[in-house]
Design a protein around this ligand. Structure first.
Ligand SMILES: CC(C)(COP(=O)(O)OP(=O)(O)OC[C@H]1O[C@@H](n2cnc3c(N)ncnc32)[C@H](O)[C@@H]1OP(=O)(O)O)[C@@H](O)C(=O)NCCC(=O)NCCS
Length: 246
């Protein structure tokens, strides 16, 4: 069974969670910590998770899962007791949040309602996301598989993220893709499909020039007579509609 030191650690962690709610929830401005502790569902879910996790780590059977199940019924937030969560997690509103068994959450992370940190298949082992410090995950976002969300990243509401997310980036959409990295807009793909290089035309043009040079040299060798230069024609039509036009 967990001892007094475990109890003291859990109380410290819950205190940190309450302070995180007070700092990051505009609705908590001027609200006393005791009121946050009594009425914020995200705090209730974390409080019970922290106790359930301590029991789980101590090898206590059945009880951790029972606590998790009862908490879900009370708050709509489901956190597996085996998940690992750092200090200062803030779950705003909360309903519909699911944190899977092998999820790993760093410090000072913010989750809004409807966030899923889920697995993608039936394989055992590490199958849920790792979320590094200071990440914000918008409402309804689904993060699936053993991916890593880099520190300081923001995940847009309703995104579906199935690949690693670079640190300090903003990822949105389905599938989630970075739209900002280190505050700068990400360059899109090269969409200039009209001015594509034509390596075959370039090679033929180089050969034509070479043939013209050889013809001139042959002309100079044979009685100094100048031979007519070979005509080099452009390979594309200069006029007419652009084939890339839609
Ligand atoms: C992603 C988010 C964190 C904003 O991050 P940001 O780094 O400040 O990014 P910006 O607002 O500058 O937006 C970057 C781009 O992503 C787009 N974008 C932002 N959020 C988006 C979303 N959820 N889905 C799709 N596109 C989104 C913006 O339109 C912008 O597009 P642009 O590059 O064409 O201009 C924010 O939009 C978000 O979704 N927050 C979640 C909030 C939430 O869940 N609240 C619930 C409260 S109850």
């Amino acid at each position: 069974m967990p001892g007094l030191d475990t109890f003291a650690r859990v109380v410290k962690e819950v205190r940190c969670d309450v302070l995180a709610a007070r700092d990051r929830d505009p609705a908590a401005l001027g609200v006393a910590p005791a009121e946050i502790l009594a009425t914020w569902p995200g705090i209730h879910a974390l409080l019970t998770y922290r106790f359930a996790h301590a029991l789980y780590v101590a090898g206590v059977p059945f009880l951790p899962r029972l606590i998790s199940m009862l908490t879900r019924a009370l708050t709509g937030i489901e956190i597996h007791p085996a998940a690992r969560i750092g200090r200062g997690l803030f779950i705003d509103h909360g309903a519909g949040v699911v944190i899977g068994e092998t999820a790993d959450i760093g410090n000072d992370v913010t989750l809004y309602q409807g966030v899923t940190l889920g697995g993608t298949g039936f394989a055992a082992g590490k199958r849920h996301p790792t979320v590094q410090d200071n990440v914000t995950i918008g409402s309804g976002a689904k993060l699936l598989g053993p991916i890593t969300i880099g520190h300081g990243a923001k995940i847009g509401a309703n995104s579906v993220v199935i690949t690693d997310v670079p640190p300090n980036s903003t990822v949105v959409g389905n599938p989630g893709h970075p739209v900002r990295v280190d505050g700068r807009r990400v360059e899109g793909p090269d969409t200039d499909w009209i001015h594509l290089p034509d390596p075959i035309a370039e090679a033929i043009q180089a050969l034509s020039v070479r043939i013209a040079t050889l013809e001139r040299m042959i002309g100079e060798l044979s009685d100094g007579e100048q031979q007519p230069m070979a005509e080099v024609r452009p390979l594309r039509t200069v006029k007419g509609p652009n084939p890339a036009g839609g």
